[in-house]
Design a protein around this ligand. Structure first.
Ligand code: UDX
Length: 435
């Protein structure tokens, strides 16, 4: 609202930190809460634990201007706020469902701390039915009135601050008028930038994040299968994609074939929707196939290398890109993991380069691979290059320099970033996906 709403955000992970910092940026008073003492200490000094373009500036500016603060004291933060966001993690339980222990634990603590009416907002991506569980848990702990609201977050890593400040839409799930009204007021500045604020029931709001992500994952797996058929008939998936994308009803995004989708959202959300559909006795068959195709696709580049290089034993492979996508250091479910583990298992030596993800990769591979200081160093003595993540700096490399470094000039491009004719002219043997 105009005067600034008093907000607490519980959980300073990826979503919590972006949400807290951006609401402060819009002029609200925000207290971010986390149980991790070291993390809170670092955040107070403006040190953010993740790589996300633009986020550090927003955090620093709003901390300096005293609209944003960090604490480990949940109870005090709740008392000082009108709206409390729950943005804690929902790790995957053994059965593939989202584990709600953190969400419900925080809900309980919030209820115990309440001293009057509050709006409690589920910001974590939670399965359908969670707001009902939050409500139940809280009712047992407090006599004060409250509204539970579901407000899914659609931000993309690498563009999170922008996505938050300029969303395509804002979804608010509320089962009572009071909660809906306060949330609509909080998001009023966003309507002025043209984003629709959609108010609906909690269950619908909870479902739409899953439906959106599952749809995008479906488009990717679909195009990965189209690429396979292209290969079988000598067609070019680039041409097919362009023609398909120009249909207004389809549109151009998320139609790029590649090494399969990764990240913290798509794999988890597809699994979750399968699980909560099955819980009610419904088999979401398309998503079974989407998952299956993606698992195969993550092995695709590896299979191509095995086939074209005959044996990988004793070969040196330069790998460009480790993060699951550009502009992040995140490697959760990254295709690079499947590819590199496969290379190592087959007896190859891996020389990797990623502009941001070396530290993350070290926690996964340790010294089993080497980490090059730049893209060209990763090609020293290499029998082939495997391009896994389409960072901008890989788009127009110095091909002569690459060739000089390599033992044999062979490129396996998992993201189709080069033009086959142009690269052949540079003297490379070139393999890509579906063309
Ligand atoms: C996604 C959603 O886009 C976002 O709305 C949601 O809130 C969280 O999940 P994110 O996981 O950060 O965001 O990345 P995104 O850019 O969507 O990419 C997901 C994966 O799909 C990446 O591995 C990417 O490489 C892959 N992808 C994407 C393709 O393989 N082909 C495409 O055409 C697009």
């Amino acid at each position: 609202g105009e005067q600034g709403v008093k907000i607490a955000v519980v959980g300073t992970g990826y979503v919590g930190l972006v949400v807290g910092a951006c609401f402060a940026e819009n002029g609200n008073d925000v207290i971010c809460v986390d149980t991790n003492v070291d993390k809170v200490k670092a955040l107070k000094r403006g040190k953010i634990p993740i790589y996300e373009p633009g986020l550090e500036e927003v955090v620093k500016r709003n901390t300096a201007e005293k609209r944003l603060s960090f604490t480990t004291e949940l109870a005090a933060a709740v008392k000082a706020s009108d709206i409390v966001f729950i943005a804690v993690g929902t790790p995957e339980a053994e059965d593939g469902s989202a584990d709600l222990k953190h969400v419900l634990g925080v809900a309980r603590d919030i209820a115990r701390a309440m001293d009057g009416y509050k709006v409690i907002v589920d910001k974590s991506t939670v399965p359908v039915g969670t707001s009902e569980k939050v409500r139940e848990v809280m009712r047992k702990e407090t006599r004060h009135p409250f509204s539970v609201v579901s407000n899914p977050e659609f931000l993309k890593q690498g563009a999170a601050v922008d996505d938050f400040l300029k969303p395509d839409r804002v979804v608010i799930g509320a089962d009572d008028e009071r909660g809906a009204a306060l949330m609509t007021e909080l998001y009023a500045p966003f309507t002025r930038t043209g984003a629709p604020v959609m108010v609906m029931d909690c269950a619908s709001a909870e479902l739409c994040k899953y439906a959106a992500n599952a749809m995008l994952a479906t488009r990717i797996s679909f195009m990965n299968e189209v690429a396979r058929v292209c290969e079988l008939y000598g067609a070019n998936v680039d041409q097919v994609r362009r023609a398909v994308a120009s249909d207004n009803r389809i549109g151009p995004s998320f139609l790029f074939p590649g090494v399969g989708y990764g990240g913290s959202c798509f794999p988890k959300d597809v699994k979750a929707i399968l699980k909560f559909s099955r819980d009610k006795g419904y088999d979401f068959r398309i998503l079974d196939a989407v998952e299956d195709v993606n698992a195969q696709q993550k092995k695709k580049l590896l299979q191509m290398m095995k086939q074209r290089l005959r044996s990988l034993k004793g070969k040196t492979i330069g790998v460009w890109g480790l993060a699951f996508k550009p502009r992040t250091d995140d490697m959760r479910e990254a295709p690079a993991i499947t590819i590199i583990e496969g290379l190592l298992k087959a007896g190859a030596t891996v020389q990797a380069y990623d502009p941001e993800a070396h530290e993350t990769a070290r926690r996964i591979f340790g010294n089993r691979i080497t980490y090059a200081r730049n893209a060209y160093e990763a090609l020293k003595g290499a029998d082939a290059l495997a391009l896994v993540t389409e960072w901008n700096e890989f788009r127009e490399p110095d091909f002569a320099r690459m060739k000089k470094r390599m033992n044999t000039p062979i490129i396996f491009d998992g993201r189709n970033i080069y033009k086959p004719e142009a690269i052949a002219a540079q003297g490379f043997t070139y393999y890509s996906i579906g063309r």
